[in-house]
Design a protein around this ligand. Sequence first.
Ligand code: 48F
Length: 263
Amino acid sequence: MTSLIDEATITRNIIEKAAKDWIDLSEVDVVIVGAGPSGLAAAYYLAKAGLKTVVFERKLSFGGGIGGGGMLFHKLVVQSPADSILREIGCKLEKVEEGLFVADTSAMIAKLANSAIDAGAKIILGVTVDDVIYRGGEKPQIVGVVVQWTAVIMAGIHVDPLGVKAKAVIDCTGHDAEVLSVVSRKIPELNLFIQGEKSMWTTEAEKLTVENTGEVCPGLYAAGMAVAALHNTPRMGPIFGGMLLSGKKVAELLIEKLKGKTV
Ligand code: 48F
């Protein structure tokens, strides 16, 4: 027999549990902005190492550019050694030549998000990071992010946002490097200039994205395509090894810094 479910009980539980989460998330170890490949990979490794990690994603879905595959074809390419990351999280790969593999876009999204959540990361959908919190005068430090419901931003209504404090913030927002762009505009003392990425050159792009992944200024890190936008290096197209390795690298740097241990 189905028991009667009271509408007020549903409302009370949703609001009570969400509020509890938000109170807990008001201060975390790491905020990741963007649930694309670099953000989800970073979240997985950070959470696995025991760091309190939250991912804020503007959309109501995760995966970022993964879902679009190559020009909407539902496959993407991953090269060695990044295939080991996908194997670790149980994502099926088809070898097409030595060191080169193909995956289904939906499988990669699901496995990445699932592994990050299972490792303990929180992924909050429908929330846009539209600014940072900072401290300091001549040498500013980023100490958190300013968040707003994406729906509020889309509606164009004036609603003051909330702040979330963090020991580190990672810009994983992709081609537009949104967090870095806000910081470059609003905190000129940091001398950050976001020139945007260069045209396509896959091999070089993959190498440089991973090499340049890391700290941008105290408290602020970049991974994924945001790195290419910051360093004015080439784009790579629908090959995702560099994104995964970049996410893993930024996680390793932060684990070392915040916990003093390696992955
Ligand atoms: O664009 P995206 O997939 O970033 P990525 O991890 O990977 C890039 C590749 O997908 C691909 C490529 C290489 O293979 O060229 O493009 O660097 O994911 C970025 C995510 O961030 C969200 C956005 O909706 C997307 O899911 N996002 C962007 N700006 C904000 C944001 C913001 N201000 N607040 C919250 N989420």
